[in-house]
Design a protein around this ligand. Sequence first.
Ligand code: AP5
Length: 213
Amino acid sequence: MNIILLGPPGAGKGTQARRLVEERGMIQLSTGDMLREARTSGTELGKRVAAIMDAGELVTDEIVIGLIEERLEKDKGAGFIFDGFPRTLAQADALGDLLAKHHANLAAVIELRVDDDELVRRITARSTCAKCGEVYNDITRPIPEDGKCVVCGGTEFKRRADDNEESLRTRLMEYYKKTSPLIGYYYAKGKLHSVNGLNDIDRVAADIAAILD
Ligand code: AP5
């Protein structure tokens, strides 16, 4: 089963994708994570990507589609969770073509709905485990008191360079201009399901599970 998690920055896409990986053995394809890996490579491409991401703008369709194409080829036949992809209509069309090429279907597109005030609150309080990427939040999901990650026991945590108010404003603008048209695009295809992303993490996970089952 292949699904898309769609929503603005901070809506909880990564958090829910990790739950689905644990509970259903699906493979998370986060273009944000792939691009963060590329930026640490030190290549010219990595440097260009880093500048775009830190500003909160979208990386070109060509680069992102190329990354997804490689992964679909590598993990043929797996059930994918597309997290943060597609983000433009061109990317959505390309995904449709790639899935058709692999004789695969899109089971559902799950939109996580969260208002802007809550997005700002969540993003500015987010941190992740430096070792395994588990996501924490100073307010709603704090790092345990013993300072160890609940998943891997790691003791180092980091904050993302683009998790500041200025980049977030640009990220939100990019979402409303370029990504939110995908809501109508997938509604017209009969694939769209919306979930109230303001609920707590377990409740959102239960709502997603009900859709997938
Ligand atoms: P990306 O890494 O995809 O970031 P994003 O879309 O901005 O989304 P986030 O990762 O910030 O949020 P999330 O929805 O995963 O929320 P999370 O679960 O962490 O992209 C980064 C950049 O890469 C882009 O700006 C762009 O430059 C580039 N890029 C990526 N993909 C691209 C593409 N396809 N095309 C072009 N460019 C691309 O949760 C956030 C916080 O809230 C956490 O602290 C969490 O603990 C907490 N939380 C989660 N759920 C809840 C809940 N229900 N209640 C309370 N707290 C919650």
